[in-house]
Design a protein around this ligand. Structure first.
Ligand code: IMJ
Length: 257
């Protein structure tokens, strides 16, 4: 088991299709002790139900936490310190932009929408890292999820592309800050995946179909393979990797058109 005796914190499980849920399953299977967070009480009920499917479900810590509310982040980490003592890995699978900012022209982005998307999708990773670091006394692995729309123009990704560019640059600066403490900082970048965050986005279904036809592996990315990559990146097998944006996209990124 890759993660035996390791403690892992995961933000962003919402339902069984969540990339964070794929990660929770892989990480639990590899023997880690888990803490999962949720936003609202309703989502808390859903997460508690999902967790029953995990091995050792009774030892999973489930705590409410909105990364934009400092007191909630502080009390989450107090709980983790009490229950786990230390932390070995953290996955941040959190993003939000207003629906109106994921359509039409990027030129029409409002100041409010911009600040919200960058706060929730990029600065929240800095917050999560800042709080995790004091518990990573034996080194650690800090992880986030990104998307290739940060580097290339993808129809309608718009403001999220800009937020993910800030997130990816944060990964590099944080990796440089924390390397001396043997804390690695990386992002996993999945191809288009059928999650709640992607369905309902205009053009998503068409893009999904195009990937099935053109991707070197002739299929889309699934949450299980992204989860296994997260487990690897959290483990000591990835001990030489930091500051990296790792694409897990069935090969789509190598294509020219
Ligand atoms: C999102 C928008 C436009 C194109 C998109 C996506 N493509 C993909 C996504 C091609 C794969 C999904 N993605 C990578 C995201 O980061 C999604 C973030 C997101 C989604 C929503 C939908 C509902 C809402 N706000 C959101 N904020 C961020 O209200």
């Amino acid at each position: 088991m890759l993660l035996e005796n390791k403690n892992v914190l995961i933000y962003g499980v919402r339902n069984k299709r969540s990339l964070a849920w794929g990660a929770a399953q892989s990480v639990a299977r590899e023997g880690a002790r888990l803490c999962l967070t949720y936003l609202s009480e309703r989502e808390g009920d859903d997460v508690r139900k999902l967790v029953q499917e995990l091995p050792n479900s009774e030892s999973v810590l489930i705590v409410p936490c909105d990364l934009t509310v400092p007191e909630q982040v502080t009390s989450l980490h107090e709980r983790i310190k009490e229950e786990f003592g230390t932390l070995d890995a953290m996955l941040h699978a959190v993003a939000f932009a207003k629906k109106e900012d994921l359509d039409g022209h990027y030129l029409d982005t409002s100041r409010d929408g911009f600040l919200l998307a960058l706060e929730v999708s990029a600065f929240s990773f800095v917050t999560a890292c800042k709080h995790a670091v004091p518990l990573m006394t034996n080194g650690g692995s800090l992880l986030t999820l990104t998307y290739q729309g940060s580097q290339r123009v993808v129809p309608n990704y718009n403001l999220m592309g800009v937020a993910k560019a800030a997130l990816e640059a944060s990964v590099r600066y944080l990796a440089n800050d924390l390397g001396p403490q043997n804390i690695r900082v990386n992002a996993v970048s999945p191809g288009p995946t059928m999650t709640l965050s992607a369905r309902g986005i205009s053009g998503f279904v068409e893009l999904h179909k195009l990937v099935t036809e053109k991707a070197p592996l002739r299929r889309n990315t699934n949450i299980e393979e992204v989860g296994d990559t997260v487990a690897f990146m959290a483990s000591d097998y990835a001990r030489g990797i930091t500051g990296e944006i790792l694409l897990v996209d069935a090969g789509v990124h190598i294509l020219g058109s």
